[in-house]
Ligand binder design. Sequence first.
Ligand code: PEP
Length: 247
Amino acid sequence: MRRKIAAGNWKMNGTSAALTELEALRALLPPDAPEVVICPPAPLLFRATETAGPIAIGAQDCHMQDAGAFTGDISAAMVADTGASYVIVGHSERRSAHEESNANVRDKAEAAWAAGLTAILCIGEALEDREADNTLDIIGGQLSGSLPDGVSATNTVIAYEPIWAIGTGKVPTLDQIIEVHDFIRARLITRFGQDIGDAIPLLYGGSVKPENAATIFRADNVDGALVGGASLKAADFAPIITALAKS
Ligand code: PEP
């Protein structure tokens, strides 16, 4: 059985007052909760790890270098030093707003591993790729370009996030989600072998809400979700976690 993971990406939302949501989420976790990860803004990482209890904490990005003249950036070792255990790499907002290439994302994943972090590596097609029927080509290219060779069943989680579904309220059909997740699984098995390829958790991300989570989790190769907006409030994220626990 693969690990199930519900990960929340708070993006650039929340000051220290938002830590009460983390406490509230702890109280709402079902007894059989899957792995839950919250990725708050970097300034909250230290305090988040102190209040998270069973909830794992992750950063939203890290630099690929260990240290140096990179004003405003944080290294993977700095993330690990806060007590965090995950880091998102290659989120589409980083790929577009910060022009991160597949090679950058690959280097960041390797930096994350070197610091002992699990990388949540994001891939996903733009609307024009979907409309031109290029989704699987794009996903295949991102997988081969941004996933390093040293992948293991524990150091990497892959999040499939169609860019057009992020923050838009638009969600692919279940068949579309199944098609892409099955494709990713097959690619992982071809490249890394049955054992590793089958064990890497695959998350779906893009407008996951309490209302649609159970349907999305019906897909065999969906092992959880990466959730933006609906992870900000414990009352919204908790039912998604419960739906995953029941799936
Ligand atoms: C995300 O940013 O990773 C995301 C999936 O956002 P939302 O759930 O708000 O669409």
